[in-house]
Design a protein around this ligand. Structure first.
Ligand code: ADP
Ligand code: 5GP
Length: 202
């Protein structure tokens, strides 16, 4: 079976990436979300093994030592990493896998996998709108929001490393564009709209 595609998606915190990805996973067949490991505390409503694997710093260090991460990074003061094994398992099953990772992690994946990955950046319409979305989410303190806004300015500089840029102005439009990108990439590999191999009999 043809391996699934790997979509590496980055966005400044608060852009709306989680909102968009939840819709993509719910509405598209054969797309899976790569569940990262993090040392960050769960937010209200976040589920172990669904949103993240929540682990402590010692366990994270152990996993790094055993070279279990395809990539890892410190983001906004917490550690985040993607398991190499989980990525290989999902794509070998033919699933299109979405990695929601920051710009440092995306750079590492680009180095390791090059053109095997499709790199997508989701941008907020403006810094003011980003500030308002972060404040509206009410999951971070003012100090944490200030750090994330500062980091956003830095992250926007990495936009040129990505293959596709999606501006999240309205959720519906951003979801449509991301679906189109996924379908276009499937078409490169002769797969149908749902990701299954094309059966053309002449
Ligand atoms: P991220 O995962 O990028 O940090 P979230 O998906 O948690 O961001 O979204 C941050 C906040 O912005 C949430 O409260 C979400 O409902 C809101 N939001 C997301 N997309 C939009 C949009 N296009 N317009 C207005 N608000 C949005
Ligand atoms: P949050 O704490 O808001 O869920 O995520 C903060 C940032 O960490 C986001 O930019 C998100 O993309 C990034 N992130 C989440 N998982 C990973 C990962 O496994 N690796 C890297 N490098 N970044 C991650």
């Amino acid at each position: 079976m043809e391996n699934g595609n790997l979509f590496i998606i980055s966005a400044p915190s608060g852009t709306g990436k989680t909102t968009i990805l939840k819709k993509i996973i719910a509405e598209m067949a054969n797309v899976a979300f790569s569940v990262s490991h993090t040392t960050r505390a769960p937010r209200p409503g976040e589920q172990e093994g669904v949103d993240y694997f929540f682990i402590d710093k010692d366990m994270f260090a152990d996993m790094r030592q055993q070279d279990l991460f395809l990539e890892w990074a410190e983001v906004h003061g917490n550690l985040y990493g993607t398991s190499s094994r989980a990525v290989a398992d999902a794509t070998e099953q033919g699933l299109d896998l979405i990695l929601d990772i920051d710009v440092q992690g995306a750079r590492q994946v680009r180095k390791k996998l090059g053109a095997k990955g499709v790199f997508i950046f989701i941008a907020p319409p403006s810094l003011e709108e980003l500030a308002s979305r972060l404040a509206g989410r009410s999951t971070e303190t003012e100090a944490v929001i200030a750090t994330r806004l500062q980091n956003a300015k830095q992250e926007m500089k990495s936009i040129t490393q990505y293959d596709y840029i999606i501006v999240n102005d309205t959720i519906a439009e951003a979801v449509e564009i991301l679906k189109s990108v996924i379908i276009a990439e499937r078409s490169r590999k002769r797969r149908d709209l749902s990701g299954a191999p094309l059966k053309l009999v002449f």
